[in-house]
Design a binder for this molecule. Structure first.
Ligand SMILES: *Cc1c(COP(=O)(O)O)cnc(C)c1O
Length: 821
């Protein structure tokens, strides 16, 4: 039966969603799907039954959305991302369907508290940080703004590790998010594809047809099987699909080997398959040379491309029309091998000529760059690439030849420019440059903030930009206001509705209407009361989880994000030490009570990042136990930063720390979440901070420090950090204290090298920006003393942040890159 005949078949009646019906269905699912009665049901069973009831309501729209897209012959967007940092789904789905109150009542009539079971849901952490969270926000926004879309990724059995802090050090533990099953997803055995690695390439047709076609005979083969999770947009009108792949062996058990007594060898294929989709690679751990990572990238890219081309052929019959019906977005270079994979499918399986295939490929793909850090620009050793993907290696060479001939012959590029745009890095060991492959194979290459896009044109892609000056464009990141305002901050959401009505629920830019309320003292009071209530929630959480007592009336100064030297948690910690020193020297002054909160994970192999976590904990221990600063300064490192913790910490922050070395943070999205929830920002002119300043007003954000241009000037102009340090009394005292072991009496040398690095090179400009940062913090102390003024500025931040909705970002992608709106 095809979809056309299905359209005329009877559809299920729309479901009622009053509390009584919902309660009845929850009991029904509990009984017949979970196999328990209400008396025996545990909290997890109630959660499972509730998810099943919610899911049924999603499925109806899901099927309708798919049917409509098909009937309209509409173009679809395919978002390929190695990471989706989804978080919990229950509150998101219930809230987007408008069922929160009804579900709460239904469960409560059964004696169950929705807030308690909601917290049992595992936090799906199939990503490291910002890049993965962006993919998740985009999925929700694509459904919201009615873009037909599939997200494609990997269903890691163990996603991001769970972080524990033991004696101040990070300890990594496996996160078992699938331990209780996953009721949101559907396994699609019918959507299975074979994925090969290694082997040999043979000439294809002896009859000379298909000049370019080759026959690849892989050595290892696996099956990719799809798991689909429905993604509900705001108000539940469109439901899209997140399709995650899992690897399975072709032969789960090699019986010959088993019967011959080789019980381990018999499971070899099974084990290899299982390893393929088992773990998420940590960001910042240079993936170079890690064969499994390249296997993961190819595995999910190939499965997705096979799925996309199969669907296109089924609906439209001819892959030459693929660019009219499919827009494939590459989220960073992780899926860049898809460019070669599509070429292979078109040439080897569908007989397109090379030039024709190249044209189809370029019109189909677009690529988002997320980083300028040289160590994060992906490249693979040619011998490895060739061994795993021999056919793709040939195609990369063929694409490269075409590219370089065009550059040299038609455009007269010199040797320097040619070696910069080449897909092969010929310096040292030869490597395949995935960024150049993605650039060459796409019609659009976008950066994620205005500043980052300009820097891309000047640095990594300077020569490719000269060759294709129309290709680079900007799409400043955004966040979904459903999760990051309406769901995580219901108190603020009701207050906003009371003040400016409901328009902002459907159009975040309507938050502008809040501006006049900034000076309204009655509104300020209510706004402050909401913030305080959120701070009490966080204080209680810190008390329960860490045994830490903090004062909800103190200034909550928060830096939560992955731990990386460029994000400069170290600058913040050193400043805390300087402040500690000053409070002790001048206890008589009117210090603003401050709680410095840190959170974030370090890549397991990133030594300095892990040391910075230990330092935060060492400093916290000393400060928090010193009676001389009691009530004035507290420091805490909150373990296991993830989406769920962010949902609690963002609404409770007064001050957001966005202090990366200018030019190094591509955009940031944490910065947006804080400001939307009424925190002021202290930040550098980096990433999206620049545009935030424009939207909230320069007088409502505390910008300090070197600009990106100054950073590169200083770096090339013989920056001497030692001189800078010696010129600042506060800084040199704080650094000596840390370096000499004041915070690490058990191991006085612990921070010697870390701090010595600041004196020797200070690559991330901690010393260069210290005085400006310290001064900006003291100005914020003064502002805190004037609460009406602080609140007015915070309110103006909320009012100005609507533009940073990922709905706006997605509309820009849709109209300017994908051409689907
Ligand atoms: C938003 C978010 C990030 C990104 O934060 P940045 O400050 O932009 O680096 C990382 N992790 C989680 C869990 C997030 O929610």
């Amino acid at each position: 039966m095809n979809l056309t005949t299905a359209a005329s078949l009877p559809k299920p009646a729309p479901r009622a969603s009053d509390p009584a019906t919902l309660a009845g269905e929850i009991i029904e699912r509990l009984t017949y799907r979970i196999g328990k009665n209400a008396a025996a049901a545990k909290a997890h069973d109630w959660l499972a039954a509730s998810i099943l009831v919610v899911r049924d309501r999603i499925i109806d729209s899901w099927i309708a959305s798919t049917q409509e897209t098909y009937e309209a012959g509409a173009k679809r967007v395919y978002y390929l991302s190695l990471e989706f940092l989804i978080g919990r789904l229950m509150r998101d789905a219930v809230s987007n369907l408008g069922l929160m109150e009804a579900m709460r009542e239904a469960l409560s009539s059964l004696g169950v508290d929705i807030d308690l079971i909601r917290e049992l849901e595992p936090d799906a952490a199939l990503g490291n940080g910002g890049l993965g969270r962006l993919a998740a926000c985009f999925m929700e926004s694509m459904a919201t703004v009615d873009v037909p879309a599939y997200g494609y990724g990997i269903r890691y059995v163990n996603g991001m590790f769970r972080q524990e802090i033991s004696d101040g050090w990070q300890v990594e533990l496996p996160e078992t998010w699938l331990a209780h099953g996953n009721n949101w997803e559907f396994e699609r055995r019918e959507a299975s594809y074979e994925i090969g690695f290694g082997g040999v390439v043979e000439l294809a047709a002896a009859d000379g047809s298909g000049d370019h076609a080759r026959h690849w005979k892989p050595h290892d083969r696996f099956i990719a099987t799809a798991y689909d999770t429905p993604v509900v947009g705001w108000r539940g009108e469109r439901v899209n699909t997140l399709r995650l792949w899992t690897a399975q062996p072709i032969d789960p058990i090699l019986l010959d080997a088993f019967n011959a007594g080789d019980h381990i060898g018999a499971l070899r294929e099974s084990n290899q398959a299982e390893a393929l989709t088992r773990v998420l690679y940590p960001a910042d751990a240079t993936p170079a040379g890690q064969e499994l990572r390249l296997r993961q990238e190819y595995f999910f890219s190939s499965a997705s491309l096979q799925d996309i081309t199969r669907r296109h052929l089924q609906y439209f019959g001819d892959l030459r029309t693929l660019p009219d019906k499919a827009a494939i977005q590459l989220n960073d270079t992780h899926p860049a091998v898809a460019v070669a994979e599509l070429m292979r499918i078109l040439i080897d399986h569908h007989d397109l000529g090379f030039d024709e295939a190249w044209d189809v490929t370029r019109r189909t793909f677009s690529y988002t760059n997320h980083t300028l850090l040289p160590e994060a620009l992906e490249s693979w050793p040619v011998p490895l690439f060739e061994r795993l993907l021999p056919r793709h290696m040939q195609l990369v060479y063929a694409i490269n030849a075409k590219l370089l001939i065009e550059a040299r012959k038609d455009r007269g590029f010199d040797d320097g420019a040619i070696s910069a745009i080449s897909l092969i890095d010929e310096g040292g060991d030869r490597r395949v440059r995935m960024g150049n492959l993605a650039f060459a194979g796409s019609h659009s290459v976008n950066g994620v903030s205005a500043l980052h896009t300009e820097l891309m044109k000047e640095t990594v892609f300077a020569d490719l930009h000269k060759l294709y000056p129309d290709r680079i464009n900007n799409k400043t990141n955004g966040i979904t206001p459903r999760r990051w305002l309406m769901q995580c901050n219901p108190g603020l959401t009701s207050l906003l509705r009371e003040a400016i009505g409901d328009a902002f629920l459907d159009d975040a830019e309507a938050l502008q209407a809040l501006k006049p309320f900034a000076e309204d003292s009655a509104f300020q009071e209510k706004f402050a009361a909401v913030k305080r209530a959120n701070k009490v929630v966080l204080s209680n959480l810190l008390r329960d989880r860490m045994g830490l007592k903090i004062d909800p009336d103190a200034l909550f100064d928060t830096q939560i994000k992955r731990i990386h030297e460029y994000k400069r948690q170290l600058l913040n910690i050193v400043e805390a030490v300087a402040l500690y020193d000053q409070i002790r020297s001048h206890p008589e002054r009117d210090w603003v009570p401050r709680v410095k909160l840190f959170g974030g994970k370090a890549a397991p192999s990133y030594h300095n990042a892990k040391l910075i976590i230990k330092l935060a904990n060492d400093v916290a221990r000393v400060i928090n136990h010193d009676p001389a600063v009691q009530g004035m300064l507290k420091v805490a490192f909150v373990p296991n930063y993830n989406v769920s913790l962010a949902e609690i910490m963002m609404p409770a922050a007064d001050l957001s720390e966005q202090i990366s070395t200018a030019g190094m943070e591509a955009s940031g999205t944490g910065n947006m979440k804080f400001a939307l929830n009424g925190a002021l920002t202290i930040g550098t002119l980096d990433g999206a901070n620049v545009e935030m300043r424009d939207h909230v007003g320069a007088e409502n954000i505390k910008i300090f420090g070197l600009t990106a241009a100054q950073v590169s000037e200083w770096r090339s102009g013989g920056y001497q950090p030692r001189k800078v340090i010696e010129a600042s009394r506060e800084l040199s005292q704080a650094l000596s204290a840390i370096q000499s072991g004041v915070f690490s009496p058990d191991d006085r040398d612990r921070y010697r090298d870390l701090i010595q690095g600041l004196y020797d090179h200070d690559w991330f400009m901690v010393a260069a920006d210290f005085d400006a940062y310290h001064a900006a913090q003291r100005e914020l102390d003064t502002l805190w003393g004037d609460q009406p003024q602080w609140r007015a500025q915070a309110i103006r931040n909320v009012a100005g942040m609507g533009w940073f909705s990922s709905d706006r970002t997605i509309r820009q992608y849709a109209s300017e890159i994908w051409k689907v709106l």
